[in-house]
Write a protein that binds this ligand. Structure first.
Ligand SMILES: *Cc1c(COP(=O)(O)O)cnc(C)c1O
Length: 374
């Protein structure tokens, strides 16, 4: 490539492979892995990540919406794919055509899938979703047997899995999750011929081994990040084998001396307290650098921290580089990642933005090119 934008996300596919293999080693050999690659693999690129996940021992892929499943199929991936967010009736034809599986929690969708399966002469796989306390998607446990009775004999429909999802596996207090597991177990005990059983996300799979059943559904840990600051201690032991996959970088486009007492950027939310050197970066909230981070974050330049100042704009961001010795236009800037042995983690940016790493990673914008190192 002759040219690429100064602002970029570097994706270390070796780290991604390493994370998957570490997880593979951590789990019992018979436990299957559904690698969750929804939201363009949490911003890392669904197709390249999915390929490596499959190579490194993933048995199943998790997509969020049907378009993501179709994208994977069109790239030539034949591994089973589950649509975690379910589908609408107008998506039934594509689901069957592209051999995707969906979660299922009601009769009308089951009937539509069965009918379409007959039409296309295919067996459609579904994973029953139980709502054990998330109070989002899923059938309530007390209606499960009724639903199963209704759908069991529908032609061209295969109940391949049964699952639930945890609401609070990253809470310090695990009692809500334990209750969900208990409900799940009691419900499973009533069923004959258990298919694939799965419920564990990243937090649950490390913190509660009984949540593994015969498949786990990790997302965030594959990208080398940790779900919530409240349990980082829990992870620091088990999680220290996992490496961050994405680094977010930019480059200084201009450096200017600004006198003391000058308002910086829109609305003057920062005023220089002394004569300063201010650098402009070609990255803004249109790239996913949330405006709510204004005046809160640091970046790395020449291996040193420099504070971001003034309101983050749509396409540009300003940095106080007064203390960075030898700073020059064109210098590399790290928003999160490593530089000369110094590290800023995505978790730090998330905490300062009062959010979670998930949101930061999957909001890294479309116009930020992903640069892959194999
Ligand atoms: C996103 C998602 C996961 C993965 O969660 P992580 O916390 O990233 O591991 C698992 N299951 C379902 C249903 C999901 O939507």
């Amino acid at each position: 490539m002759a040219y690429h934008r100064a602002t970029r996300a570097e994706i270390d596919l070796r780290a991604f492979r390493h994370n998957l293999q570490s997880l593979r080693n951590y789990l019992a050999p018979q436990t299957q892995i559904m690698a969750v690659v929804k939201a363009d693999a949490y911003g890392h690129g669904a197709v390249p990540c999915a390929r490596i996940a499959i190579d490194s021992g993933a048995d199943y892929l998790g997509a969020g919406v049907i378009e993501e499943g179709i994208e994977l199929r069109k790239s030539g991936i034949n591994t089973p794919i589950l649509i975690l967010g379910s589908i609408f009736p107008n998506e039934v034809e594509d689901l069957v055509y592209y051999d995707l599986a969906t979660i299922l929690f009601n009769l009308p969708l089951a009937q539509a899938l069965s009918k379409e399966g007959r039409k296309q002469n295919k067996i459609v796989s579904v994973h029953i979703k139980l709502d054990t306390g998330m109070n989002r998607l899923g059938v309530s446990p007390k209606y499960l047997t009724t639903l199963l009775d209704q759908i069991q004999n529908l032609p061209n429909l295969k109940i391949e899995g049964i699952s639930t999802h945890f609401s609070s596996a990253d809470n310090e207090d695990l009692s809500i999750t334990q209750e969900q597991i208990e409900k799940f177990r009691i419900t499973l005990a009533k069923l004959k011929n258990l298919p694939i059983v799965h419920c564990a996300n990243t937090s649950a799979l490390f913190r509660i081994p009984e949540s593994h059943f015969n498949m786990v559904r990790p997302g965030l840990i594959l990208y080398g990040s940790l779900p919530s600051p409240s349990i980082n201690k829990v992870f620091s032991q088990k999680g220290n084998h996992f490496q961050p996959v994405m680094q977010w970088k930019s480059q200084i486009i201009l450096i200017k001396p600004i006198f003391k007492g000058q308002p910086i950027s829109y609305s003057g939310s920062f005023v220089t307290r002394k004569n300063s050197l201010v650098a402009t970066l070609p990255i803004g909230y249109a790239d996913g650098l949330h405006r709510s981070l204004s005046n809160k974050i640091d970046v790395l330049i020449r291996g040193k921290r420099a504070p971001q100042i003034g309101n983050i704009c749509m396409d540009m961001t300003l940095i106080d580089v007064t203390k960075i010795k030898g700073v020059e236009e064109g210098d590399e800037v790290v928003l999160f990642g490593e530089q000369e042995g110094q590290v800023i983690q995505v978790e730090e940016m998330a905490t300062k933005g009062e959010t979670i790493p998930y949101e930061i990673l999957c909001n890294v914008g479309k116009r930020v090119p992903r640069i892959y190192n194999n």
